[in-house]
Design a protein around this ligand. Structure first.
Ligand code: ATP
Ligand code: MG
Length: 577
């Protein structure tokens, strides 16, 4: 492709709306343009990358037996009403104003289940893996970070239909392998976090994550052991505080002005681990007092998961006073009304010698023995893991990182098939709901994450697999040299012929502009061809990622093109390995 014939509107400066490297570089390199909040147009260069990602995904999905569909984005609302998702999605779902009963699909579980209901009738009709690469619409409240969170984006969504739990396990495992291959082939360094949700009847889900300071998820990882988990479920090998030699009875003492654990520790010289902190939460109208070590933070997701409630919130100030007789900072497990369920973090199991609020402003109680003095309903892991704590596997210090979710695989079970009555007859002629899985990948997110991981101060440094073109052929002084034009054209055609795509900078602009644009656009190889190099018998091949400059010795005869093509091919092989 001639660069003079393709629309690549590069920008010298970062546009003010962009804050993060991938967004800035996608705009500057002329890959995308913003049309509205969370709405982006793919320009020719960006669309080439998107199509390469699509191709990799198709290959990997086809390899696990996936069958490609293309479903409409418009969809009848009643299907979504039957599964309760109009309400669950709330404002995220776009509703069509001038045509009653239609919505823009934010995902396609309902639609695939609808088609399965029509035609999957017997256990013999399964397994099936149905997928599509299609546009999704979500009215994200805060679209930011460019294509990482769009209101319209491309998703590969797949759905598995099985007649047994074992079948679902197999379909799920196939997707887990396909997803690993996809991210690897797209040049992404990723990790997987898993969550097993008991509430869904043993179903499981895994998220594929890319570490990035701009990620909206927080994860805990240990590269050495391979442990990784979302902070919402992460655990560490911190030991319970256990018992100390203290058989004294509980005793109230005045702690005027000491409202926080730190103030209490400083004023009375206490061990922070034995200052039990209490927080009060309301879950489904029931009050819980949660006791933790003084320096720990409640992990709301863990608590919510334990109480199996979707409606959890901290108690308000007045509520707290009404429930306990004291304000925050003076609350504790002793002498509480039996209406309040007391939970304690697992690190406090069997603990004694604790100090906690007396449920009386300005007073605390010491020598608390949880086994002797309180009725703890359960010891549960409800704390948030902290940076540097030992990993449960091997004891290495854990890292806490922000991460971007690039994909999600999920054992749905029968949630949608039951709601939409998608049933089949099993071997015994008995009606059963189809057992389903759902699997999603955001394509623009893959590209943005790849740029986050592969760029430098000059621009993008694409992985070969998803680069808009593989080689940037930079012709210098072409208006003065017929020879250079001829060699460039020959090299271009020879590379294209063997399937290596080339962007040939044939523009009549200065070498400086060409080099800057080439570094910004970031194609993996830059081949520099000019009269001078040809005369000296040396062409320069620059590896964008490493800035390495290699000299290719050439002779001005029939062997030239072959020499250059071989040099590029052998470096491609080295880089792909
Ligand atoms: P998030 O928590 O980031 O909103 P999600 O849990 O809503 O993601 P899924 O419904 O599991 O995402 O969608 C599957 C994949 O689609 C995600 O892993 C992500 O790669 C991509 N995706 C989701 N929402 C967006 C969006 N607004 N813009 C771009 N890609 C998205
Ligand atoms: Mg979302």
């Amino acid at each position: 492709m001639l660069q003079s014939k393709i629309f690549i509107p590069t920008l010298k400066e970062a546009p003010s709306e962009a804050q993060i490297p991938s967004h800035i570089l996608m705009l500057r390199a002329g890959l995308i343009r913003q049309l509205g909040a969370g709405i982006f147009s793919q320009l020719p260069l960006g669309y080439r990358s998107l199509k390469k990602v699509q191709h990799i995904i198709r290959q990997e999905m086809d390899a696990i037996g996936g069958q490609e569909f293309h479903l409409p984005a418009l969809s009848p609302i009643d299907i979504w009403e039957q599964t309760g998702r109009v309400e669950a999605m709330g404002d995220v779902m776009f509703h069509i104003k001038n045509r009653d009963g239609l919505v823009l699909a934010p995902t396609h579980e309902e639609i695939m289940t609808y088609h399965a209901r029509q035609h999957i009738k017997s256990y013999r009709d399964m397994p099936q893996i149905w997928y599509q690469i299609q546009t999704k619409f979500r009215n994200e409240p805060r679209p930011k970070s460019g294509v990482l969170r769009g209101r319209q984006f491309t998703m590969k969504d797949a759905y598995s239909l099985d007649n047994s739990k074992e079948g679902l396990d197999k379909s799920y495992d196939l997707h887990a392998i396909a997803y690993r291959n996809i991210y690897q082939r797209c040049g992404l360094k990723f990790f997987v976090v898993g969550a097993s949700s008991g509430a869904m009847g043993g179903s499981a889900s895994q998220e594929f994550m890319v570490e990035s300071p701009y990620g909206e998820d927080t994860c805990v990882i240990d590269e050495l052991s391979g442990y990784s988990a979302n902070i919402e479920v992460a655990v560490s090998a911190v030991h319970p505080i256990g018992r100390i030699d203290n058989t004294d009875s509980i005793e109230e003492f005045a702690t005027p002005g000491a409202k926080t654990i730190d103030e209490l520790v400083t004023a009375f010289g206490l061990d922070i681990n034995r200052c039990a902190k209490s927080v009060v939460y309301i879950a489904d109208s029931k009050a819980y007092l949660i006791l933790m070590r003084g320096n720990d933070q409640l992990n709301e997701a863990k608590f919510q998961n334990y109480v199996k409630s979707t409606q959890c919130r901290p108690a308000e100030t007045e509520e707290l006073f009404e429930l306990t007789g004291a304000h925050a900072g003076s609350i504790g497990p002793i002498g509480l009304s039996s209406e309040i369920t007391i939970l304690a973090d697992s690190l406090l199991e069997h603990a004694n010698g604790l100090v906690s609020g007396a449920n009386k402003d300005g007073f605390h109680i010491k020598n608390i023995d949880l086994e002797r003095d309180c009725t703890i309903s359960a010891f549960v892991d409800v704390r948030t893991v902290l940076e540097g704590e030992p990993c449960i596997s091997g004891g290495n210090p854990l890292r806490i990182v922000n991460a971007i979710e690039v994909g999600h695989i999920f054992k749905l079970g029968t949630k949608y098939s039951e709601a939409l009555n998608a049933v089949f007859l099993d071997e015994h002629g008995k009606e059963q709901p189809i057992i389903m899985g759902s699997y999603g990948i955001g394509l623009e997110r893959i590209i943005a994450c790849a740029i986050e991981q592969h760029h430098d101060e000059k621009g993008i440094a694409w992985p070969i697999s998803i680069a808009p073109y593989t080689v940037h052929l930079i012709g210098l002084g072409l208006h003065k040299s017929q020879e250079a034009v001829k060699v460039c054209n020959e090299i271009h055609d020879a590379l294209e012929k063997i399937g290596i795509d080339v962007l040939f900078d044939d523009r009549d602009v200065s070498p400086g502009i060409k080099f800057n644009d080439a570094d910004l656009i970031g194609l993996p190889f830059q081949l520099i061809v000019g009269e001078k190099g040809l005369q000296q018998g040396q062409l320069e091949l620059k590896i964008r990622k490493t800035h390495e400059r290699l000299s290719i010795a050439i002779s001005l005869d029939d062997t030239l093109v072959l020499t250059v093509v071989n040099a590029i091919q052998s470096h491609m092989n080295i880089m792909v390995q």
